[in-house]
Write a protein that binds this ligand. Sequence first.
Ligand code: SAM
Length: 215
Amino acid sequence: MTFEELRERMVDDQLKARGLTEGRLLAAFRSVPRHLFVPPELAREAYTDHPLPIGADQTISQPYIVALMTHCLRLQGHERILEIGTGSGYQTAILAELGLEVYSVERLPELLLPAKTRLLSLGYSNITLTSGDGSLGWPERAPFDAVLVSAAAPEIPRSLLAQVGTGGRMVLPVGPPNAQMLIEVERRPEAIHRREVASCVFVPLIGEQGWRSAG
Ligand code: SAM
């Protein structure tokens, strides 16, 4: 099968079959070449129903989890989005397909640099990347309409919550290593609403408002 056929099968079997049917979301997953975001020797596995290693003890998340988190943000196309944990840049590309501007923070320069090269070579011009402690968000660029965190914090980082604008949403895994809950947060004018979406397992968010160390 070609990579395009594998991608189409991923959309049908992993996303549509699990109830994610929104047209714009599925179109984004059909267009981003996930096999270019994994190490070359894993390219044939890129469209399987699993996370995969991307080096530096980190992973590219399972396609369904990327889609579920993206779905939680209800993107219409006009949003300024903050992503924490660029990793391979795959989720960044999906967000760039669906929103207006994406700002993404990665702690590890050895992952950020190849992600930057990859995203530029694919022609994305609405992505700004930086390295640093994303548990503190990106205050100079705030507020954001949507915030997506792809590493797990012990609790919702206060700095990130403060950078969600009114009417905005955030999605993130919260909880101890190996057993977290994906939480969707919506900042309405009158109050902040939280909803538990699904249980999940992510690598830790390491930083001032995350876990203090990788070990
Ligand atoms: N979404 C990514 C993708 O599509 O490849 C996968 C992200 S991986 C599950 C989590 C990433 O979060 C890792 O690259 C890790 O280095 C990063 N990370 C952990 N703590 C961080 C922090 N405080 N700030 C920014 N990135 C962080």
